[in-house]
Design a protein around this ligand. Structure first.
Ligand code: ZN
Length: 142
């Protein structure tokens, strides 16, 4: 006598409930580049948001990402990474718009790099690129 197997729809609904729980348990931190949603629940040793032993940011990205992706690592081996350091400032941020799919290991390497960067240097680099992408002349009204 076992439990009834969940249909894919039931699984998705259960997952959506978990994600709603995650997103209702955050503190919103505004900063110069946007707003991070820092998770108030469990954390991993590395400081990532964690719920029932699972990566909270991964669950959020699976359900709220465009398009949605399966939760199982077998069907979706990519990792949920943060758009740091320019957009996202916190490893425990679960703001869906601050998350992105990355190949495994990329996030770890990027974090190491982020820690080595001086914030002022990052800002300067960003503005240098922004000017390149969007020349001042384009911003001037005719
Ligand atoms: Zn963030």
């Amino acid at each position: 006598m076992g439990r009834n197997k969940q249909t894919p729809e039931e699984k998705l609904r259960a997952l959506e409930k978990v994600v709603e729980r995650i997103l209702s348990n955050v503190v919103r931190v505004k900063h110069a580049d946007g707003e991070c949603w820092r998770y108030l629940g469990g954390h991993t040793e590395d400081g990532y948001a964690s719920i029932n032993g699972k990566s909270a940011s991964r669950l959020v990205l699976c359900v709220r990402g465009m398009p949605r992706r399966p939760v199982s690592l077998k069907d979706n081996p990519d990792w949920a990474g943060h758009l740091s350091p320019m957009i996202c400032k916190y490893e425990d941020c679960v703001n869906p718009s601050h998350l992105t799919w990355e190949k495994p290991d990329y996030e770890r390497r990027k974090q190491k790099r982020d820690r080595q960067l001086d914030p002022a240097e990052v800002k300067a680099l960003f503005h240098k690129h922004a000017v390149k992408l969007l020349p001042a002349s384009k911003l001037t009204p005719k």
